[in-house]
Design a protein around this ligand. Structure first.
Ligand SMILES: [Fe+2]
Ligand SMILES: [Fe+2]
Length: 211
């Protein structure tokens, strides 16, 4: 692709935000997508990913959650079809091979999906979307995901704790992904210990900035 990466990212970020992310829930709005992109930029510095085209990674990142407000459970399959059908100007210009990379990266981005990533692009997006195991960051994102005006803080905290344990506790499904487990191997044990010491009041403190 012949373009400056920064200009390309500027254009896709604006396009998908104006059309999709500005209407999404707080857990899947532009701040989340920008964070995933920042994670992906870091991950691309690893020699394992040196073959990846950064503009295809950026496109996968800015596409991956566009349909969460339509169907949160199936948003990955909806966006796969969107890519496959080349539904916008950024997709129309891609080669068949590049379309397949983006198509499967968005399909496979969810850490609850047990199949291994089918390409390096899928690996990068899944790693970047799950993100580093940093307690405050992950809890705040889960708070945004579960928050509902009709619920008490204690009830939201219960859901957040349950989500955090099932995903990142000692038997968490995030670690079924061997690439995630390997990539963050130096941080995971400490993270599990932090999580073990947490209760609902601690979650509220972290997520609402009380402590
Ligand atoms: Fe997603
Ligand atoms: Fe995401």
């Amino acid at each position: 692709m012949e373009h400056s990466l920064a200009l390309y990212v500027y254009k896709i970020r604006k396009y998908y935000n104006d059309k999709y992310y500005k209407n999404n829930d707080p857990a899947h709005g532009l701040p989340h997508i920008d964070e995933v992109y920042a994670n992906a930029v870091q991950i691309l510095k690893e020699s394992r990913y040196k073959e990846c085209d950064p503009s295809l990674v950026a496109l996968s990142v800015y596409l991956h959650d566009i349909f969460t407000n339509i169907d949160r459970l199936n948003h990955h399959t909806l966006v796969k079809e969107y890519v496959r059908n080349r539904e916008d100007e950024f997709l129309k210009v891609l080669s068949d091979r590049d379309i397949r990379y983006v198509e499967y990266a968005v399909l496979e981005h969810r850490s609850s999906i047990v199949t291994p990533p089918s390409s390096l692009y899928s690996e990068v997006l899944r790693l970047a979307d799950t993100g580093a195991p940093i307690l405050e960051r992950l809890l705040r994102r889960m708070w945004a995901y579960h928050y509902n005006d009709d619920m008490s803080d204690m009830d939201v905290a219960k859901l957040v704790l349950h989500h955090a344990y099932s995903k990142f506790g000692s038997c968490g499904y995030a670690y079924d992904d061997s690439i995630y487990k390997e990539y963050y191997r130096d941080d995971i044990d400490k993270f599990i210990l932090q999580l073990d010491g947490l209760d609902e009041v601690g979650v509220i403190g972290i997520c609402k900035g009380v402590v």
